[in-house]
Ligand binder design. Structure first.
Ligand code: ZN
Length: 213
């Protein structure tokens, strides 16, 4: 009799455990296969807040709310929404030119998206180095050799005279505005430095994080 009771108890526990398992399976949402990259209403509100040829406010790391955005991981671009993309990249360009920077990343303007402008000091002439726009840029390789290089950031006003450790060359991959994917070796130290600084912004890293090796 006691033996039978133990068997019934075992079956009862097994049924309960199985039903719990089933319940867990049903409540687990399946992983989404494609991330929705459409610009959000909040992002569009910033992008279209003023005319296309006007600056956007550059976020200040020393303002708490701004620092939270600057510390966020950015997302890739939706190439289908060319209107928003063109408007945003234009305002980014006006902002960096007016502030006298050599590069800018979208999160510095409150948009956590993988977009950067870089002035190519390894191209053009001494008096005019071209500006180039990159979408979804990534560093695929850093040189083993690093150097302490003088650094600064439009989002860290007043933080002057500091140097950050940087690779002397990098390999980068990015998409051009027309969607073409490209890989490039950046051998010039200064240009490699700008790429590292701007791509860091897309990962929530600011240059003062690189003061030590
Ligand atoms: Zn910066």
């Amino acid at each position: 009799m006691k033996h039978k009771l133990i068997i019934y108890l075992f079956i009862f526990i097994s049924v309960i455990a199985y039903s719990q398992c089933k319940k867990h399976e049903q409540t687990t949402t399946p992983p989404s296969s494609v991330e929705d990259l459409a610009f959000t209403d909040a992002e569009k509100a910033i992008v279209f807040s003023n005319a296309k040829d006007t600056t956007l406010r550059i976020l200040n790391y020393y303002i708490y709310a701004d620092s939270l955005i600057l510390r966020k991981q950015s997302r890739n671009i939706d190439f289908k929404d060319t209107t928003t993309l063109f408007y945003l990249t234009n305002r980014m360009f006006v902002s960096v030119i007016q502030s006298g920077g050599v590069g800018i990343a979208a999160p510095q303007l409150g948009i956590n998206r993988n977009i950067i402008w870089v002035q190519r000091y390894d191209k053009g002439t001494l008096s005019s180095h071209p500006w180039e726009l990159y979408m979804n840029p990534k560093i695929t390789r850093y040189s083993d050799t690093t150097k302490l290089r003088s650094d600064g950031c439009l989002s860290l006003p007043g933080t002057n005279g500091l140097s950050s450790w940087r690779a002397i060359w990098v390999n980068v991959e990015y998409d051009l505005p027309n969607g073409t994917h490209k890989a490039e070796h950046i051998s010039q130290e200064y240009t490699a430095h700008i790429f590292q600084h701007e791509i860091d912004h897309l990962r929530g890293i600011v240059f003062i994080d690189r003061l030590t090796q």
